[in-house]
Design a protein around this ligand. Structure first.
Ligand SMILES: Nc1nc2c(c(=O)[nH]1)N[C@H]1C(S)=C(S)[C@@H](COP(=O)(O)O)O[C@H]1N2
Ligand SMILES: [Mo]
Length: 555
């Protein structure tokens, strides 16, 4: 077990580590009907008419084999690399999932509207319950990095793996079509459907269909499942992943709607994860029972014989992958900062130059406003803030300083007098939940005009009255360039009323193409600086410093 100090143990390894899975019973019934109906039909056919004749197997003529056969080296290699990255994605994905252990089909994330949850806890209604408190523990044996509330570290692993997974997938598919290997996977005749059904009747009634030699051809059901995994599931995983991005969702609101909402996309993203695991179990099971030694030779050495070398090398390779999980566990916990920086180095260009340029373009209406909005962050405990709150923030003054020509202090009234912008947008939390709300406040652009930052100022820091998760002042930064481009507000209004205390009163930041943690609540002061490197631990914000979140989270 990882050795945590007391503060971190309370977060990562809390006393309550119970794991419960709850699924809406109606969905279980619907799924059972959906999944068992074909099995029942298969049994009916079998009992009445017997097993179907296996007409789908023209015997392979080895003197004149089909042009596409065998497993070339590139195919064997990409198959292995895919396995390596897929498991990394699954394991880091589980850590991300457990940071908001609830799945919804609606976009509002109202507690008790989940279709599935991984927590025994009911959200209390008599006191504040933040999303961070709601995060659940998962064993590091299962997840990377595992434990509780490790979403920042998990994202480094998840997104770095995405590059490997997608690049490898592109190479694989390109070579499929560059060679004639695609003919073994892509169905070209509807004949495959009755053929696949006949094979299904065998499996469903606990018989083995006569297996073709996989070196030359797959059985139709096998071909169809490979096709689905490669050409349907993998692209869907990528698309639903992208549909969770705040930059994409706010610029192209239709996109998450393709999946219902950001939450629909998140749910489908998870169901696909389960789909890969089920596929893996059946795939490996059938490889084992249909001639393990020969099959392993096909996919490991590319030869079609019963020599043991394929099996031995294959098992060694799988062993090495398992060893890599142990290694990655130690790297994850020993070098989280290095992983955070690696993630930033590889993702950075894409984020700064592409996603960050998207202009939020919300098209939400009053009816879209969420009835429930998860709060996050500890309510400030400082006396200063409490005093201000006690008289309705009449004495509140926003302090603006640092590298500006005109340092100043503004009361709420003065802020209001400077101009107002409002809109309805989706808030995206890194933990996974989202919510739609109306926000109103002073456009950040306007503040820049008033304060007149000096030429050397490139970054603006927002400091909060509130404390961060591990203690210390909460702060975060924006590049001035970004804050000018995006819809960026100092919001004093939420859903047409003054921002309520737990949502950041009297003033909070909104930057609509980024994740929630960039939007500092309970703003105390604003400081223009040359670089974020001089502040805190130099990572760009309190969450970036202490929780290894990304500095520019557009996805
Ligand atoms: N001061 C402060 N601001 C904060 C936080 C915090 O912990 N402290 N949490 C951030 C996170 S993680 C999110 S998702 C949003 C949540 O905003 P909400 O409470 O209005 O939903 O606030 C952000 N701003
Ligand atoms: Mo968040």
């Amino acid at each position: 077990m990882q050795a945590f100090d007391e503060v971190h143990r309370a977060i990562h390894h809390p006393p309550d580590r119970r794991f419960r899975v709850w699924i809406n019973p109606w969905l279980i019934v619907a799924f059972a009907v959906f999944a068992l109906a074909p099995v029942a039909i298969a049994w009916g056919q079998y009992l009445i008419a017997g097993l179907p004749a296996q007409t789908f197997l023209p015997p392979t003529n080895l003197d004149n084999p089909p042009t596409a056969h065998g497993f070339p080296a590139w195919l064997r290699l990409t198959h292995f690399v895919n396995f390596f990255f897929l498991i990394l994605l699954v394991r880091s994905g589980l850590s991300i999932l457990m940071d908001h252990p609830r799945l919804y089909w609606n976009r509002d994330c109202t507690p008790n509207s989940e279709w599935m949850r991984f927590t025994p806890l009911e959200v209390p209604t008599d006191r504040e319950w933040t999303a961070k408190e709601d995060a659940r523990y998962i064993s590091p044996w299962l997840a990377l990095p595992g434990y509780r509330h490790t979403v920042g570290m998990a994202r480094s692993w998840h997104f770095l793996s995405v590059y490997g997974f997608v690049l490898n997938g592109f190479i694989f598919v390109a070579l499929l079509f560059f060679t004639d290997q695609w003919k073994r996977l892509v169905p070209t005749s509807w004949e495959i459907v009755p053929g696949a059904w006949r094979a299904f009747v065998y499996y469903a009634t606990f018989h083995m269909p006569m297996e073709p030699n996989g070196f030359y051809q797959f059985n139709p059901l096998q071909q169809l499942s490979y096709f689905t995994v490669i050409f349907v599931m993998a692209p869907l995983s990528v698309l639903t992943g992208i549909a969770m991005s705040p930059a994409i969702d706010n610029r192209f609101p239709f996109f998450p709607k393709l999946f219902g909402s950001r939450q629909g996309a998140r749910s489908i993203h998870f169901i696909l994860l389960i789909g890969y695991l089920c596929f893996l179990a059946v795939h490996v099971g059938l490889v084992a029972v249909t001639g393990f030694v020969r099959n392993m030779n096909h996919i490991v050495t590319g030869r079609d014989d019963a020599h043991l070398v394929g099996m031995i090398l294959g098992l060694i390779a799988i062993g090495l992958v398992v060893l890599s999980w142990v290694l990655f566990h130690f790297i994850a916990w020993k070098y989280p900062r290095t992983m955070q920086h690696l993630h930033e180095a590889i993702d950075g260009l894409f984020h700064w130059n592409a996603l960050s340029r998207l202009k939020p373009n919300e098209r939400y209406t009053e009816e879209d406003i969420s009835p429930f909005f998860w709060p996050n962050g500890k309510l400030p405990t400082s006396n200063k803030w409490k005093q201000l709150a006690a008289n309705g923030f009449q004495d509140y003054k926003l302090k603006i300083g640092g590298l500006v020509e005109n340092p100043l202090e503004l009361s709420l009234e003065e802020l209001r007098a400077q101009g107002k912008e409002e809109y309805i947008s989706t808030h995206h939390c890194i933990q996974g939940w989202s919510g739609v709300a109306q926000w109103g406040g002073l456009p950040f652009k306007r503040l820049i005009e008033i304060a007149r930052p000096k030429p050397e100022a490139r970054v603006v820091a927002f400091y909060s009255y509130g404390d961060a998760l591990y203690g210390g002042e909460y702060y975060d930064t924006q590049r001035i360039k970004t804050a000018l481009k995006a819809k960026c507000l100092l919001a004093y209004e939420m859903n047409h009323a003054p921002v309520p205390e737990e949502y950041g009163a009297p003033l909070r930041l909104r930057v609509e193409n980024q994740l929630g943690y960039k939007m500092v609540k309970w703003i105390e002061r604003i400081e223009f600086v040359e670089t974020e490197k001089a502040l805190g631990k130099g990572e760009g914000g309190k969450n970036e410093d202490d929780e290894y979140f990304d500095i520019l989270p557009n996805i």
